[in-house]
Design a protein around this ligand. Structure first.
Ligand code: NAP
Length: 586
């Protein structure tokens, strides 16, 4: 259609774009990763937007992210599964309150299939490089097809990384590790075919992974375990204990009977009530993250008493395993069966640091040597809150790795200045110590949708956060955490400098509910934009030609359809339960 022109007073001729106001300009979006974040992005983007050409690249040959990768024995959810799922796909069939990893992977596969995400996901495709093309205002992406070995060149108007935080495995920098001649495994790169029967096993680490691995391997016939744990760690009572008690259930009986699951399916109200107890529980313990709070003091005393009770036969372990730092400083884990396993005769807990590794031995700082080790398991964590292992090159050729040196800075964990049309899901500062993580990921997907829609509808070619707002968020994060347990005297992946720094780079600065509110409606004034309209032209070109698609291809009287009409609650709106839950929601 020709342009409609003729209004003066502009540097350039003022033209009207002959399009309806909705402006469904085609855009290409590439998402990297098909775990919890990438799947919800691949559900919401096609559901809420039109004319979006979407591809999700996943390097693994299945979806599920960490739940696809982690195959070590005992891998399971360490918070109640009913609070670790999508809000729109509650699963009545979890076999256990702490569902095994394989069930979570199957759940994610099912959700991806059921809600149409699978068709956008290309598995066995590893992104190797992303570079911003300032002229074309799009990302150039190189992808390796792992099945064929071919490199595919792709482009995207919007690039979304949804890579998770816990997938780039970190081997410990212990001298001699490469010389170990026995079997060597990382918790995140497990060899399920290895037979542990009758093996002498060394396990390095006592984070959430080792805490699940140790009790599982301790039970394998003929094993003996040397557990190298240089730091103490809190073991919480199961996070769901309190909720289970509230529900009149035995907190120790965490597996669900067929009868219970049937009731979840047949009685949605009962199921919702059940889920809400766990959700409320997770959200009500935020105060325990504040140093010196009554809740923190009480939790500490409670966990200490429980740990001392379990370890009562081993004062040496009580002394070395129970921390002096506040619970929550490191990721708090229920550790079902962990402490009991340490009491078993086939387990040796070793607190000395490891100085070197030989062909079949581990040498400790004390000089002691643990010999004849058949298999060495490094449950030593992941490279967290660092730039992806492949280059992301933004404006002016600057890499994200360089921008994030020394600290991964962001705008609300979602975007970085200098990186136009680049969004992150589960980026730095978006995990949570307590409360629902999965709901935060959903909120991030909604944010991504809104940003893409803004580019599309408002005729912007680019969007990126203002450098000042990234600076402000960084300052906020710094101040917020000063008063929290997370900066107490512990090492953890939440912290900068590989776990020892004085900045928190893993966690959202606030509660889950705080994150949901902060992410709910974007503050567009915190971003800078480039219009697709040349300088001096019609800055409101997005208004189009005075028509709406609802007049042409839609429903021209949509606004009286009952599901479109927002009914006032009545004479006493303050009685509206929605208003009561979120009185600020406008
Ligand atoms: P992690 O929490 O980072 O723990 C790594 C462990 O390795 C620490 O105990 C660390 O000791 C030790 N370590 C590292 N380098 C070492 C070295 N050179 N010498 C001796 N020890 C060394 O890693 P993770 O256990 O894999 O857990 C990471 C996160 O994944 C968890 O916090 C959790 O969020 C998630 N996760 C979740 C689940 C679940 O939901 N089921 C399960 C597993 C993991 P220091 O503490 O002394 O540094």
């Amino acid at each position: 259609m020709p342009e409609i022109s003729g209004v003066s007073g502009h540097a350039k001729e003022f033209t009207i774009k002959d399009e309806p106001v909705e402006n469904l300009r085609p855009l290409r979006v590439v998402v990297i990763g098909a775990g919890f974040s990438g799947i919800v992005a691949a559900i919401r983007i096609p559901e809420k937007l039109r004319n979006i050409d979407l591809t999700v690249y996943e390097k693994n040959d299945g979806v599920g992210g960490v739940w696809w990768l982690n195959k070590y024995p005992g891998v399971a959810c360490d918070i109640p599964s009913h609070s670790y799922q999508y809000s729109f796909a509650p699963n009545p069939n979890w076999s256990n309150l702490y569902a095994p990893g394989s069930e979570i992977r199957e759940y994610l596969e099912d959700v991806a299939e059921k809600f149409g995400a699978t068709r956008f996901i290309k598995t066995s495709h590893e992104v190797k490089e992303c570079a911003w093309d300032a002229e074309k205002k799009q990302w150039k992406i190189k992808v390796l097809n792992l099945a064929t070995g071919d490199i595919v060149d792709d482009t995207a108007n919007v690039l979304v990384t949804a890579r998770g935080q816990l997938n780039e495995i970190k081997w410990p920098p212990i001298p001699g590790l490469e010389n170990f001649k026995g079997k060597k495994m990382h918790s995140g790169a497990w060899d399920p075919s290895y037979d542990f029967t009758n093996k002498k096993i060394g396990v390095v680490g006592n984070g959430s992974s080792a805490i699940q691995i140790i009790p599982s391997l301790q039970r394998v016939e003929g094993t003996s375990l040397s557990c190298f744990m240089r730091s103490p760690t809190w073991i919480s009572s199961s996070f769901g204990d309190y909720a289970m008690i509230q529900l009149g259930l035995d907190p120790k009986a965490t597996s669900f009977t067929e009868e219970q699951k049937k009731k979840f399916v047949e009685d949605p109200e009962h199921f919702l009530k059940f889920r809400k107890v766990f959700e409320d529980d997770g959200n009500s313990i935020h105060d325990s993250t504040i140093i010196g709070s009554t809740m923190q003091t009480e939790f500490q005393a409670y966990y200490r008493a429980a740990m001392e009770k379990t370890l009562s036969s081993r004062p040496d372990l009580i002394k070395t395993i129970i921390p002096t730092f506040a619970p929550g400083c490191r990721r708090l884990t229920p550790g079902t069966g962990f402490l009991d396993s340490l009491l078993q005769p086939n387990v040796d807990v070793i607190h000395d640091g490891v100085t070197s590794i030989g062909a079949s031995s581990v040498v400790l700082t004390s000089g002691r040597e643990i010999a004849d080790i058949d298999v060495l398991i490094c449950a030593t964590g992941f490279h967290v809150s660092t730039a992806p292992p492949f280059p992301i090159v933004g404006r002016d050729g600057r890499t994200l790795a360089d921008r994030w040196s020394p600290l991964p800075e962001s705008y609300l964990s979602l975007a970085v200045d200098g990186f136009p049309n680049y969004l992150m899901m589960f980026g730095p500062n978006s995990a949570i110590g307590f409360g629902s993580l999965t709901k935060i990921l959903e909120a991030e997907a909604d944010f991504v949708v809104r940003v893409v829609r803004k580019l599309q509808k408002d005729d912007y070619a680019t969007i990126e956060p203002k450098a000042e707002r990234v600076r402000d968020f960084t300052a906020f994060v710094g101040k917020y955490f000063a008063n929290t347990v997370y900066l107490d005297k512990c090492k953890s992946w939440y912290r900068s400098e590989g776990g020892t720094g004085d900045r928190i780079v893993g966690l959202w600065p606030g509660s889950t509910l705080h994150a949901l509110e902060a992410l709910r409606s974007p503050r567009w004034e915190d971003f800078v934009y480039e219009s697709i309209e040349p300088e001096g032209g019609n800055g409101l070109r997005w208004l189009g030609n005075g028509w709406s698609t609802t007049q042409t291809t839609g429903d021209p009287s949509w606004y009286i359809n009952p599901d479109e009409v927002e009914m006032p609650y009545g004479k006493e709106p303050e009685e509206n339960p929605q208003f009561k839950a979120r009185p600020w929601s406008y």
